[in-house]
Design a protein around this ligand. Sequence first.
Ligand code: HEC
Length: 376
Amino acid sequence: MSSNSPDTDEPKSLTAAWITSIVLIVVYVIGLLIFPPLYDAPKGEASSFVLFIGRFHPIFLHLPVGILSVLVFFELICSTRRGEQKFGEASLLMLVLGSAGAILAVFAGIMLSREGGYVGGNFSLHQTMGLLGTAGVLIALVIRLMGMGRNSMELLNAYRAVYFVSFGIMGLGAHFGGNMSHGNKFLIEHAPEWFKAPMVATEKLLLSLVEKPKPEKATTAVTPAPPAEVKPEVKPVAMDKAPTPPPPAPTPGGGEKLVFQHVILPVLTAKCNKCHSEEKSKGDLRMDTYEMAMKGGESGKNFVAGNLKDSLSIVRILLPDSDDEHMPPEGKDQLTPEETALLKWWVEQGASGTQTVNDAKFPAELQATVDGILKG
Ligand code: HEC
């Protein structure tokens, strides 16, 4: 095998690169068979080892992002024959390392998703684009090796095209991952208008492809929504008796304690708001203030005064644990029966944001729970 090659150096280094690349591809394919990407809530508990590795996803992902970004510049230089001669091998090395990093990030990501609670449009797009982008980079790697072996600029240019597209898909996928941890508005919040409007429109379009159509919102998804932030009207809960505009009553210490602020909110904070507050607002739902808890998320109607059946949060809390829509998601810290009863009681007697603890008549059997919460 080595006897007929006139130049001993080059084939040797490519052989090593071929072997590494094939190993990477095999690992990727077999890994996906063992840990298939899921788009619904995972069934059953993952092993603690899987969950342990999963938490490294946000760390591992910097590896491919960094290497593959630098590679973009190298490939621009390599697009001339001289550039390729000088930097081709360095680029190949980066491509191999970047692919390995991408594979690592993909599997850590899949393992992270086994914690449950990862569903929705941002997640679907993030997972799909991450998988496709990585596959694309691996295909690009094979084409690069073929191009280098045959010294063919055509193949190398084809490789670069595949690489740039794959890198773009991966980058976009990464963006939806960012949305998952920082919320959809994070990146564009302070962006200039000319940048924001097309971004928001593109993002909505992509999300509309993967998200279940929502009855009323379906049409707005495709049209570039006017990005002028119309402040969500603070609607006082329609059926509430007095038309009091809801001052959230930020009671400074010493003031009288409020039922929502000091009894209900602590329960939401403990059991719901890891996923439903400023940092993460799954289902577009935040419950860290009274207004936001009342306003609800994608579906609206989160807590409807006096009406358990229309209060989406209550409905979802009461679903059987195994139901995909049950809250908190399966495997997460669940509400105690007393906490559930307390939330139901609060909704039934008006879901008030201003009622004081002294005025409230808590059911006797919940008094101990309430006292416990008030003590902190
Ligand atoms: C581990 C994360 C997590 C926790 C904890 C959690 N949720 Fe959720 N929640 C989600 C995700 C993800 C979605 C979006 C997907 C869906 O609708 O199932 C969601 C959606 C919802 C929705 C639907 C929002 C809408 O308008 O469509 C409601 C209501 C809700 N959660 C209530 C709660 C309540 C109440 C709690 C606490 C008792 C809670 N969640 C705890 C992850 C979580």
